[in-house]
Design a protein around this ligand. Structure first.
Ligand code: SF4
Length: 180
C-alpha cells in the first residue's frame, strides 16, 4: 500500500451511532480527509474492500453475512479495531442472547400484536441467516484494538485515529474513556 493511510469502515449489528460519532469530529473532518483515504465505508457507499491500514468495525456479529464481512475485513486490514460497545462485547443487540432465537422470531413476525393476518417469519434466500447468539467481534476474528463506549466520543475516536495514523500505539487517557 502506498500514499495515504487507508481506512475502511463497516456497521455490522450496530445502529450507526459509532459512525455518527466519527462524523461528530466536526471541522476536524477536513483534516481527516487530508490524512486518510477512505476505502469501503457507509460514509462513501464504496462496496468493494481493498487492502487497508485500518478496519473500523462498528457492531457485533448477529448473522452469517456479518461473519463473512468481518472475516473479509480481517483479511484486508492490517489493523482491526472494535469501535463501540456492540463490537467490543455485543452491546445492545446481545440482549437477545438470553432468549431463544426461534421464540423471538415467532413473537416478532407471527404472534405479536398488530401484525397483518397471515404474517410469517421471512424466509428468503437473499436474507442472511441469523445466528443463535450475537457475538463480540473478537469471538470471530483477531482484534487489535478495542475502543469502548456507546458510542465512543468524537474526541476519543479522533485521538485513536490520529495516534494510529502517526504510527503511535493509541493511548487514551481517562477523560476520553469516561462515560457518566
Ligand atoms: Fe450504536 Fe452504541 Fe452499538 Fe455504537 S456501541 S453501534 S452507538 S448501540
Amino acid at each position: 500500500m502506498t500514499g495515504k493511510f487507508r481506512v475502511a469502515t463497516v456497521s455490522l449489528a450496530g445502529c450507526f451511532g459509532c459512525h455518527t460519532s466519527l462524523l461528530d469530529i466536526d471541522e476536524r473532518l477536513l483534516q481527516l480527509v487530508e490524512l486518510v483515504q477512505f476505502d469501503r465505508s457507509p460514509l462513501n457507499d464504496i462496496k468493494q474492500l481493498g487492502d487497508c491500514d485500518l478496519g473500523f468495525i462498528e457492531g457485533g456479529v448477529c448473522n452469517a453475512e456479518n461473519v463473512h464481512v468481518l472475516r473479509d475485513f480481517r483479511r484486508h486490514c492490517r489493523t482491526l479495531a472494535a469501535i463501540g460497545a456492540c463490537a467490543v462485547n455485543g452491546g445492545l443487540p446481545a440482549q437477545r442472547n438470553h432468549l431463544q432465537l426461534s421464540g423471538i422470531l415467532e413473537e416478532v413476525y407471527v404472534t405479536g400484536t398488530g401484525l397483518a393476518p397471515g404474517s410469517r417469519i421471512p424466509n428468503d434466500s437473499e436474507l442472511p441467516l441469523p445466528l443463535n447468539k450475537v457475538h463480540a467481534i473478537h469471538e470471530v476474528v483477531k482484534v487489535d484494538y478495542f475502543l469502548p463506549g456507546c458510542p465512543p466520543s468524537a474526541d476519543a475516536i479522533w485521538k485513536f485515529l490520529t495516534d494510529l495514523i502517526a504510527g503511535r500505539t493509541p493511548a487514551l487517557r481517562h477523560p476520553l474513556l469516561h462515560y457518566d
